[in-house]
Design a protein around this ligand. Structure first.
Ligand SMILES: [Zn+2]
Length: 339
């Protein structure tokens, strides 16, 4: 991640202090001069707080409150700020997700067990659930509680393929990946489509397709433990053929422990758009995704998880310590800079 000394215009790291200047509410700030392109830039250039006059501590307080589950309008009333002001702050924060996901995927991992689940929320009233866009896919790594995907939309192929693209990126960086899903077959099917290999066995006939080496999918069976003939059914399925060299080390207990259910309850608490029977239904899918992106950042990089007592990004091994709100607001993201 870029430090304050990188020139936002030409990316040169050869920059010197030029002078300090006074701000209305945020004390003094540094002005830098790039020695390569000779342009000046402020220490807040291309950060989330560039050009914002409100005190940084106030902005943090408002954004924190929003990710604790207060609705957009309620937050605007409580803090006496205009809706467009808060929307600007939120969009800037949400955009930081792209930088962080790229950062996370620069690491390599030995093993990950990822749970897939879906949450339902009402986006528009009076449409049947299958037409409603308010499905959210959650892909969470179990041991660290790191959430790889938190994506909403209509419950269709494009939503699942978005989540599976992320999963494929994770698989490319990880030696051994197990995906556990709760009855929903589309994750496994899509994953098989984009993540299989053809097994050359040397035997005659068409060689079989198997999941990439190191990748396993387990589908939990819901309902009764017996089939129609009264025989007991396994409690989970292996829906796709797996590579013979993949370690088969997941136990039924591994498959059935579910940490997402508790997490889902906490998402509902922390994202006002998920609470039903109130007037804070997400007005549009992009609004819901913006709040989910903020939650993704806070959950993965800032807050300690209530059970592991660790920030998920730290538990996953990609950060030494969690980020502070102040760091998040001050980090430079020139590549994404567009305001
Ligand atoms: Zn420069």
């Amino acid at each position: 991640m870029n430090g304050q000394w990188t020139c936002p215009h030409c990316n040169s790291q050869n920059c010197r202090h030029h002078k300090t200047y006074q701000t209305g509410h945020n004390g003094t700030r540094l002005l830098w001069r790039c020695q390569s392109c000779n342009r000046l830039f402020s220490e807040t250039k291309a950060t989330l707080i560039e050009g914002l006059r409100k005190p940084t501590s106030f902005i943090i307080q408002v954004l924190k409150t929003r990710t604790e589950g207060i609705g957009l309008n309620a937050a605007c009333r409580a803090f006496a700020i205009a809706k467009n002001t808060l929307l600007l702050w939120e969009r800037r924060l949400a955009d930081y997700k792209d930088v962080l996901i790229i950062y996370a995927l620069t690491h390599t991992f030995i093993e990950q067990l990822i749970e897939g689940d879906e949450l339902y929320t009402k986006v528009n009233r009076n449409v049947p659930p299958e037409d409603c866009e308010g499905w959210t896919i959650v892909l969470m790594e179990r041991a660290s509680r790191f959430i790889w995907a938190l994506q909403c939309g209509k419950k269709d192929r494009s939503l699942f393929s978005y989540a599976i693209q992320i999963l494929r990126d994770v698989i490319l960086r990880t030696g051994d990946v197990t995906l556990v899903t709760d009855g929903e077959r589309r994750y496994g099917n899509l994953l098989f489509e984009i993540c299989h290999e053809v097994l050359r066995t040397g035997k005659r006939g068409r060689p079989p397709k198997v999941l990439r080496r190191g990748v396993k999918v387990r589908l939990k069976n819901k309902g009764k433990g017996t089939d129609r003939t009264g025989h007991s059914r396994p409690k989970y399925e292996t829906p796709h053929p797996e590579h013979p060299e993949t370690d088969q080390d997941v136990t039924p207990a591994d498959i059935h422990a579910n940490h997402l259910e508790a997490s889902n309850a906490s998402f509902r608490r922390k994202n006002s758009a998920y609470r039903r029977r109130t007037n804070t239904y997400a007005k549009s899918i992009s609004g819901l995704q913006r709040t989910l992106d903020m939650l993704w950042i806070v959950h993965n990089f800032i807050r300690s998880h209530f059970t592991t007592k660790q920030v998920p990004a730290v538990a996953l091994g990609i950060l030494q310590q969690g980020l502070s709100w102040d760091e998040v607001l001050r980090v430079r993201q020139p590549r994404l800079y567009k305001y």
